[in-house]
Design a binder for this molecule. Structure first.
Ligand code: MTE
Length: 317
């Protein structure tokens, strides 16, 4: 990411939201359960306790969960990268209220048989929502464990029938300077763009997230829908998506355009390939003091290593 001031590895435990500020997970879940029972609402017009977003209905447990301790809600929603709302970690939480997430459409086109524009509520009505507890490893060497709510990206792409020559998938975030004040600065070439190879996009681990902790995704986390690719560095997980395009050629991606020697197209979590300015061997789990070893493919090697068989991962970083 844009490291203007200091190296991300220099982030001290103190700068990461202090533990005392975190909601205790059990307390949080008790609140969620109360809301699910109808005590907290979720319906239009009913006040949510403590300003939490509404509970999502019909969420099923999904595959691939990790039993590791989950990063508390307060940290997940106040320590963010979303440059459309500023460069500091707490800027998205403070400023992302200006984003309007309804009405919202996503256009999926390019190398597909059935190009379409979907309304987000139409997508939500068609998809089975699952909870997937994934590790998120940021390129800045911090990590979190997040209970996402979403559905496989493959289920969405199937609706437009990818053509035989489709090889890649390109994603774009909304471009609207009135809603996203950070786009008035030239820190990135807007809109934010990301891309995957089609087989990565169709992999069952790759999801579109629409929620967190059983609740509607907060704006700062990429509402109303964002990508989550758990074996890649966090910057691949593009937020507030409005366009998905299937392509025959490798698409341009924001951070690769910005600094190609620092951020590759693949961006697979790899403790053996250092960022040019810092090591990727260790990470600090947000809320913990000691660093832990970073795992190959962020711990998902068993599921995804075969996608890269025979590739030189130093070259394709
Ligand atoms: N998507 C957009 N549109 N803009 C961004 O600045 N930052 C990325 C990614 N998606 C970013 C984005 C980076 S660097 C990270 S680490 C993750 O979002 C952070 O996701 P989180 O804030 O939900 O933890």
């Amino acid at each position: 990411m844009l490291i203007r001031i200091r190296k991300p590895t220099d982030i001290s435990a103190r700068e990461i939201t202090p533990e005392a500020l975190y909601l205790d997970r059990r307390r949080f879940l008790a609140g969620g359960a109360a809301a699910a029972l109808g005590l907290g609402g979720g319906g239009a017009g009913r006040a949510e306790p403590e300003g939490l977003p509404p509970v999502l209905a019909g969420v099923k447990p999904g595959p691939y969960g990790t039993a590791e301790e989950q990063t508390p809600w307060d940290a997940v929603t106040s320590y963010n990268n979303f440059y459309e709302f500023g460069l500091d970690k707490d800027d998205p939480r403070r400023h992302a209220h200006s984003l309007k997430t309804r009405p919202w459409t996503v256009t999926i086109d390019g190398a597909v048989h059935e190009p379409r524009t979907f309304d987000i509520d139409h997508i939500l009505a068609r998809m089975t929502l699952e909870e997937r507890v994934y590790r998120l490893r940021c390129v800045e060497a911090w990590s979190m464990v997040i209970p996402w709510v979403g559905f496989p990206l493959s289920a969405l792409l199937d609706l437009v029938e990818p053509a035989g020559n489709a090889r890649y998938v390109a994603f774009e975030t909304l471009y609207d300077r009135s809603q996203m004040p950070g786009q008035r600065s030239r820190v990135l070439d807007w809109p934010y763009r990301e891309g995957l190879r089609l087989d990565e996009a169709m992999h069952p681990l790759t999801i579109i997230a629409v929620g967190l902790y059983g609740r509607v995704l907060p704006n700062q986390n990429g509402a109303p829908l964002r990508l989550v690719v758990p074996w890649k560095y966090g910057f691949k997980s593009i937020k507030s998506i409005v366009r998905i395009r299937l392509t025959t050629r490798q698409p341009k991606t924001s951070w690769n355009m910005q600094a190609p020697n620092e951020y590759g197209f693949y961006a697979n979590v790899n403790p053996e390939v250092d960022h040019p300015r810092w090591s990727q061997a260790k990470e600090r789990r947000v809320g913990e003091f000691f660093k832990r070893r970073t795992l190959m493919f962020n711990g998902y090697a068993e599921e995804v290593a075969a996608l890269y068989a025979g590739m030189d991962l130093r070259k394709y970083y």
